[in-house]
Design a protein around this ligand. Structure first.
Ligand code: FE2
Ligand code: FE2
Length: 135
C-alpha cells in the first residue's frame, strides 16, 4: 500500500493532467521507498532530479493548455508554478549539500508542495477547461 497515492480526490477533470499527476505521485512514492531502504543522496538525488524534470514538463503542458484556452487566472497559476520550481530547486540544493536533517524533510516538503498546488490551484482550471471542450 502506497503511503503517498493519487486518489480520485485529486482529480482535476482533465485526463492528461490527472495522468501526469499520477506519475508525480508515483515518483514521490518511489522516493519514499528509497529513503525507507536507507538510500542516500545517490539514489534519492536521482529520483528527485527526475521529479524536477517531469514537473517542468508537466507545468509547461498545463500552461500551454491554459494559454490556448485563454484561462483568466493563467498569470497567477504561472507565478505559482515558478515559485514551486524555485522552492524545489532550493530544496534540492540543500539536499545535495547534505544539510542536517534534510532527508527527513524531503517527504513532508514534497507532499505539501504537490498536495496544495493540485488541490488549491490546479483544480480551479478543471471546470473552465472542461467547458472549453478539454477533458
Ligand atoms: Fe499540475
Ligand atoms: Fe499547476
Amino acid at each position: 500500500m502506497a503511503t503517498f497515492e493519487w486518489t480520485a480526490a485529486y482529480a482535476v477533470g482533465v485526463a492528461k493532467f490527472d495522468q501526469q499527476h499520477q506519475t508525480l505521485f508515483r515518483t514521490v512514492q518511489e522516493m519514499h521507498e528509497a529513503l525507507g531502504q536507507g538510500h542516500g543522496k545517490d539514489v534519492v538525488g536521482k529520483i528527485l532530479q527526475r521529479l524536477i524534470d517531469y514537473t517542468a514538463n508537466h507545468f509547461a503542458a498545463e500552461e500551454a493548455a491554459m494559454e490556448k484556452n485563454h484561462y483568466p487566472a493563467l498569470l497567477a497559476h504561472k507565478a505559482e508554478h515558478k515559485a514551486l520550481v524555485t522552492q524545489v530547486l532550493q530544496f534540492q540544493k540543500e539536499f545535495v549539500t547534505g544539510a542536517p536533517g534534510i532527508a527527513a524533510m524531503l517527504m513532508p516538503f514534497l507532499q505539501k508542495w504537490l498536495h496544495n498546488h493540485i488541490m488549491q490551484t490546479d483544480k480551479q482550471y478543471g471546470p473552465y477547461l472542461n467547458e472549453k471542450g478539454v477533458h
